[in-house]
Design a protein around this ligand. Structure first.
Ligand code: 9MJ
Length: 694
């Protein structure tokens, strides 16, 4: 080799190195790659080939030598020890009165008994859970799906307002939760910098806070001015206060910012007064809030109130009114969903509503279009509240063009041509028109696959809606089990995945690894993934907790014909009921669903539901309450039993383990005696519950 050859190689090596570094920067730091994975892999290959041919080129500065040259591809997952709560929303003043009345009713408080509640501004940022051990920040995680978030410790440590070490003797273990946010001024300045650098702009302060925190490079987070307000907690080794207000004061003493506008109120009237006060000051705060959160102040009462699904009964978010605008309806398109529902979607002349450009809105169903007499070409009034899909409120009749035609809702599926019908039931005619094509309808099949891989179901990284559409169109994935044979088929395929537009070796490898990782899946996710009607995340969890294994659920569901014991068993699971029981039975009665399950279970292992980790003597038992209770309301008793890991049923059967009978108990008590089921009174129940709590 001549000196010239070596000089050429050296120049090429330097050029490639710089180019790869630039693409790393674009990909990892700016979230804006400009080349495909395949092109990137090719650059890397050429770089490595040069190193092999000319080892003398390699220096300490070479990409292959740089420790941590390629940042971690994604954040590690963090399982929240205590799930992060979500809040129920209300919009109207009357709903706030209902909330307070509901709390009083649940606790059995009279209208004049004192009940203190906090009212806190609802910060529109990104919720975050900070774990401190012996006063030191050891982990920070995003909310994620509430059960599992992302480890953003390094990034959070760059936020000046978040203490690394706490003051004033905090509990040994303390998880502080709150909102990371960006001020309006900093948001405007950041967007100005983005614009100058020719980079994409952030839509609002919340997105920019999220984008800034979820950076793989903490140096970028550090360059973005983020703030924090503490308002809640997760795991705490011993509670330092007995009220919400007391906890906020403690947080402040430990060194956290807490929101000054939080006040203690004693009635719905006072809550509303404070709400309207905050609403009037909203524009002068300097940061975005989207409502006011009300919380029962006494933590012992919060404990008694408990939860419905993941939302506490003791708190509610009172949202500010939605933003409105008017625009022109260009067209109505029909989308066919997973269950065949035909949903009309309004295609609109794009318009800004509360800072967000809207070009689509939901029209709900055909009755809604008829009732509002919405015609194509009409000028319509539009509303957007929080992060819900924009809605069309009605038509501005004065602006109706002469040629506007009433809309005729299709009676056949626009995708597969099958009849689309409105089911009749005891309650009348369903408002939703559904395609009767089932899985022959490509839209339904595709939507079911999208649901199957979605975040709360199989959650396969790299296999989202876009990829499902692509693979479905090519016939590569047309049913769930195809996902798990994709890698094996690809190994023998004529055209391999890597040769496809948008794919490279890295992304294909990652996709196959992500699929592999999901061959084992928790039961609740698996049930949710099946897309059974009326079985969302919460009901999937209820079924999983009740049946523990998939085999047990399947056996009962198969036997759950109308009027059977098996149907009653599902119906009786707390929170389910007849409609869900019927939907579950219907799903397992369909041969194609059973075939699909058999195919899928060849590749997938469903993990049994973890037993309720509790020393509670009633964990896993089925309890029935009957007669009147004197020390607590029926709702509270049920909630308490569930917290102790028991299942609460509404009727007594041979599956019942324990009946709690108060005065006036009638036929249920008789049945319990007849079946020899253990029966106790309210006093004995309360003793049992106290022992269980330790
Ligand atoms: C916000 N976003 O400001 C809660 N929040 O409490 C306040 N969020 C909350 N509280 C329990 N102030 C769950 C969420």
């Amino acid at each position: 080799m001549t000196a010239d050859d070596l000089a050429t190689a050296r120049a090429e090596y330097a050029r490639l190195g710089a180019e790869i570094a630039r693409h790393d920067e674009l990909y990892y730091r700016e979230d804006a790659p400009v080349i495909s994975d395949a092109e990137y892999d090719d650059l890397r290959r050429r770089y490595e080939a040069l190193e092999k041919a000319h080892p003398e080129l390699v220096t300490e500065k070479s990409l292959s030598k740089r420790i941590g040259a390629a940042p971690a591809e994604k954040f590690a997952k963090v399982r929240h020890k205590v799930p992060v709560l979500s809040l129920g929303n209300v919009f109207a003043d009357a709903d706030v009165e209902d909330f307070v009345a509901r709390v009083r009713r649940f606790l059995g408080l009279s209208a004049d008994a004192p009940l203190a509640m906090t009212a806190e501004p609802k910060i529109d940022g990104l919720s975050c859970s900070l774990r401190y051990e012996h006063g030191h920040l050891v982990q920070a995680a995003t909310r994620g799906d509430g059960y599992e978030g992302e480890d953003v410790t390094a990034n959070v440590k760059t936020i000046g307002e978040i203490p690394h070490v706490l003051k004033h003797a905090p509990p040994a273990v303390l998880e502080v939760r709150g909102e990371v946010y960006m001020t309006l001024a900093d948001f405007a300045a950041l967007n100005e910098r983005q614009a100058k650098a020719g980079k994409p702009l952030f839509a609002n302060p919340r997105n920019s806070a999220a984008g800034s925190l979820r950076q793989l490079d903490p140096a970028i987070t550090a360059s973005r001015p983020l703030h924090f307000f503490a308002y809640a907690w997760g795991e705490v080794s011993h509670m330092p206060a007995a009220t919400q207000m007391g906890m906020l004061e403690k947080f402040k003493s430990y060194g956290f910012p807490v929101n000054k506008l939080t006040t203690l109120c004693h009635s719905a009237e006072e809550l509303l007064r404070h709400y309207h006060d905050i609403e009037n000051h909203r524009a002068t705060l300097g940061y975005d809030i989207d409502g006011v959160v009300y919380k029962v102040n006494d933590l012992a009462l919060q404990e008694r109130l408990g939860f419905v699904s993941r939302a506490p009964r003791w708190a509610v978010a009172h949202k500010f009114p939605a933003h409105q605008a008017t625009t022109v309806l260009r067209d109505i398109e029909i989308q066919v969903g997973r269950t065949g529902a035909l949903t009309p979607v309004a295609r609109l002349e794009p318009v800004t509503v509360g800072g967000v450009v809207v070009s689509n809105a939901t029209l709900h169903n055909e009755d809604e279009i008829a009732r509002k007499d919405i015609r194509i070409g009409d000028t319509v009034r539009l509303q957007r509240a929080g992060d819900v899909i924009p809605q069309i409120l009605g038509v501005v009749l004065e602006k109706r063009p002469k040629n506007a035609k009433p809309y005729r809702f299709p009676h056949v599926c626009p995708v597969c041509g099958s009849a689309a019908i409105r089911e009749k039931s005891d309650g009348g005619t369903d408002v939703v028109r559904r395609c009767t094509g089932g899985l022959i309808c490509q839209a339904q099949a595709q939507e079911r696959l999208k649901h199957f891989v979605s975040r709360l179901a199989f959650d396969i990284e790299g296999l989202g809606e876009k990829q499902i559409e692509q693979f479905y169109a090519e016939g590569l994935i047309t049913k769930p089990d195809d996902i798990f044979t994709l890698a094996a088929r690809d190994a023998h395929a004529k055209t391999k995945l890597v040769e496809r537009e948008g794919y490279g070796e890295t992304s294909v490898r990652n996709l196959f690894a992500a699929i592999e990782a999901r061959r084992e899946i928790p039961l609740n996710r698996f049930i949710f993934a099946l897309g059974i009607r009326h079985v969302g995340e919460t009901n999937a969890r209820r079924l999983a907790r009740h049946f523990v294994t998939f085999e047990a659920l399947r056996k009962t569901a198969r036997a759950a014909s109308e009027g059977s014991e098996a149907r009653a068993e599902i119906d009786n699971i707390e929170g389910l009921g007849a409609v869900v029981a019927e939907a579950v039975a219907d799903f397992f009665a369909e041969k194609h669903n059973e075939d699909e399950l058999d195919a899928l279970l060849k590749y997938v292992t469903v993990e049994p539901m973890e037993a309720v980790a509790s020393s509670s003597p009633v964990a896993g038992k089925t309890v029935v309450f009957t007669g009147s209770l004197e020390r607590m309301t029926r709702d509270e008793a049920k909630a308490q039993a569930e917290r102790l890991g028991a299942k609460v049923a509404s009727s007594v059967s041979k599956n019942t383990d324990l009946v709690v009978a108060g005065p006036g108990a009638g036929s249920k008590l008789d049945k319990a005696k007849e079946l020899g089921v253990e029966t106790i009174d309210e006093e004995a129940w309360l003793k049992l519950a106290a022992e269980a709590r330790g």
